[in-house]
Every structure is written in structure tokens, then in C-alpha cells.
Design a protein around this ligand. Structure first.
Ligand code: NAP
Length: 285
């Protein structure tokens, strides 16, 4: 049976260390979150981020807009937050309403306040192998979890299912930067199973059930990023956890795996950006 990669446990350890650091800081960072529209999942995520930040001693502001918000209103707000010296980090909760060009909005965030690491500057740095201000939260959380369990990455075949800018592409690049051999799959990939069966580490970021027990070889490390509600309303991931965990060596559960690691990374990133801003120390990876 696979060993469970316990994201909650590592999150709590990270929060404990972060709280100690924050308690000693005379000034606290401020995280500003922009939420546009009434997506129920986004509202829950944003409330969690606000509550978590405040529990740790990070100031947080949530700016809410109706789904009819214009691109100009959002851009004006981002420019205002960019100029506001009291704001350390800016996060735009995705997805945005359909009429908004998300690239235009994300591109407007100052790279040194881009807490999700998604601006062209930060993703460009990631892709050239240089240090961005911060790494994208979910991919960073995945690497922190693998490192916590001393899972070797160098020389391994990592298969990523999903190629979004938020998860699939940056995690593939971060694995490449750590000297893995990486294959990225997506909805147009043919014979997915033949590829996933060759994975030493399989990362699935799709949002529907794609990984069954036949999709992995023995002792594969399985990371399940997907979160969605099935027909019965149960929260689940992309992986058939019960059967895949019989032959995997390690597996991340849903919930309790990558979700908590994403929020942990967000808080770590906010503190890292604060250190950059105040010139107190360099960004740690
Ligand atoms: P996304 O932008 O919708 O991307 C999904 C990816 O899956 C796309 O690249 C798509 O391919 C691919 N795909 C769809 N059907 C497929 C199939 N049958 N076989 C192989 N690939 C397929 O989603 P995302 O933002 O990356 O998020 C992915 C999942 O992770 C979602 O469930 C999301 O809720 C979850 N998530 C969780 C966290 C967390 O903290 N745990 C954070 C972020 C996201 P194409 O590119 O060809 O369309």
C-alpha cells in the first residue's frame, strides 16, 4: 500500500514556522485578493485565504466585484494596488468572468507583487531557469511535499497530465529544472495510458477522473492535483485513490494533499515578497 503524502501535516508545519517569523516582524505583509464574479468555489477559496492569512498575522484585503465588472475597472484597481506601498502581494482569483482578458489582467500586476508567479516576468524567469520573485503556488506546493518525503526527482521520468498556465506548464518546467525527464500530456494526447505507465512520478491536474489503477506502473509516485465534486456532491480528485494506492509507492489524497500545500505556498510567497520589498533578504526557493 502506498504511503500517503500528507499535505495537511506539512502545511501545519510550514504555518508553525511562518507564524514564528511573522510574530518577530515589526511590520506585517499585506495580501490583496481580487475576486470578480460569483463563482461559489472561488468565494470559498478566497474566504479561506483571508482567514488563513489573518490567523498567521498577515494583513489581508479582499476586493469584490460583480460578474459585470469591466476590464478597465480591474486594471485601474491593479494599478492602484501596484502603487500602494502598504500592499505586498496581489492575487487575482481565477477564473475571471468570460468577457475579461485574463492575460491582460495578470500582465498588469507588478512582478514583485505577483504572489502567484504567473506574470510573464516571473514565468519567463522560471522557463529560463533563473529565479523568479516567487514560484507558482500549486507547483511549489507539489515540490515542497515531494521534498518533505525525500522523493528523488533528478533523473526520474515525470509525466504531467494537464498543461494549464496555473499548474501543468509550470510544474513540468520546475521538474525539468530539477533534472527530471518530463512528458506533458493533455486532452489531445493519444494513448495516454501508454505514457503514464512509464512514469516514475505522475502528476495529474485535469479536473475529472483520468487515472485508474492500470495507468501506473508499480511503485509510481502519484500526485493528484484535481479537485471537483462528483455527481453525489463528494469532493474528489483525478485519481482512483482506492485502487491506485495499492500499487503506487506514494500518493497524495484529495482532500488533504495538494490543496493545503497550495495555500501554504501562497502564505510563504506573501512573506517572501515582503522580504524582497523591504530589502531585508533575498528570495529563498
Ligand atoms: P484547466 O486549466 O482546466 O486544465 C486542465 C487540463 O487538463 C488541460 O490542459 C486539458 O487539456 C487537460 N485535460 C482535460 N481532459 C483531459 C483528458 N481526458 N486527458 C488528459 N488531459 C486532459 O485546469 P487547472 O487550472 O490546471 O486545474 C486542474 C485541476 O486541478 C482542477 O480540478 C482544479 O480545480 C485543480 N486545482 C487544484 C488546486 C489545488 O490547490 N489542489 C490548484 C489549482 C487547480 P487541454 O489543454 O488540451 O484542454
Amino acid at each position: 500500500m502506498a504511503i500517503i503524502l500528507d499535505g495537511k501535516k506539512l502545511r501545519d508545519k510550514i504555518f508553525g514556522e511562518l507564524k514564528l517569523k511573522l510574530d518577530k516582524m515589526p511590520q506585517k505583509p499585506t495580501l490583496a485578493v481580487i475576486l470578480a464574479g460569483d463563482n461559489p468555489a472561488s468565494q470559498i477559496y478566497v474566504n479561506n485565504k483571508k482567514k488563513t492569512a489573518e490567523n498567521l498575522g498577515i494583513n489581508s484585503i479582499v476586493i469584490k466585484y460583480p460578474s459585470t465588472v469591466s476590464e478597465k475597472e480591474l486594471l485601474d484597481k491593479i494599478n492602484e494596488l501596484n502603487d500602494d506601498k502598504s500592499v505586498t502581494a496581489i492575487l487575482v482569483q481565477l477564473p475571471l468572468p468570460e468577457h475579461i482578458d485574463k492575460f491582460k489582467i495578470i500582465d498588469a500586476i507588478l512582478p514583485e507583487k505577483d504572489v502567484d508567479g504567473l506574470t510573464p516576468y516571473n514565468s519567463g524567469k522560471l522557463f529560463t531557469g533563473e529565479k523568479p520573485y516567487v514560484y507558482p503556488c500549486t507547483p511549489k506546493g507539489i515540490l515542497l511535499l515531494l521534498d518533505e518525503y525525500n522523493i528523488e526527482i533528478e533523473g526520474k521520468h515525470v509525466v504531467v497530465i494537464g498543461r494549464s498556465n496555473l499548474v501543468g506548464k509550470p510544474v513540468a518546467q520546475m521538474m525539468l529544472n530539477r533534472n527530471a525527464t518530463v512528458t506533458t500530456c493533455h486532452s489531445k494526447t493519444k494513448n495516454l495510458i501508454n505514457i503514464t505507465k512509464t512514469a516514475d512520478i505522475l502528476i495529474s491536474a485535469v479536473g475529472k477522473i483520468v487515472v485508474g489503477e492500470k495507468y501506473i506502473k508499480n511503485n509510481c509516485v502519484v500526485i493528484d492535483v484535481g479537485i471537483f465534486k462528483d455527481e453525489s456532491g463528494k469532493i474528489r480528485g483525478d485519481v482512483d485513490f482506492e485502487n491506485v494506492s495499492k500499487s503506487a509507492s506514494y500518493i497524495s489524497p484529495v482532500p488533504g494533499g495538494i490543496g493545503p500545500m497550495t495555500i501554504a505556498s501562497l502564505m510563504v510567497n506573501t512573506v517572501e515578497l515582503f522580504k524582497v520589498e523591504s530589502g531585508k533578504c533575498k528570495v529563498e526557493s
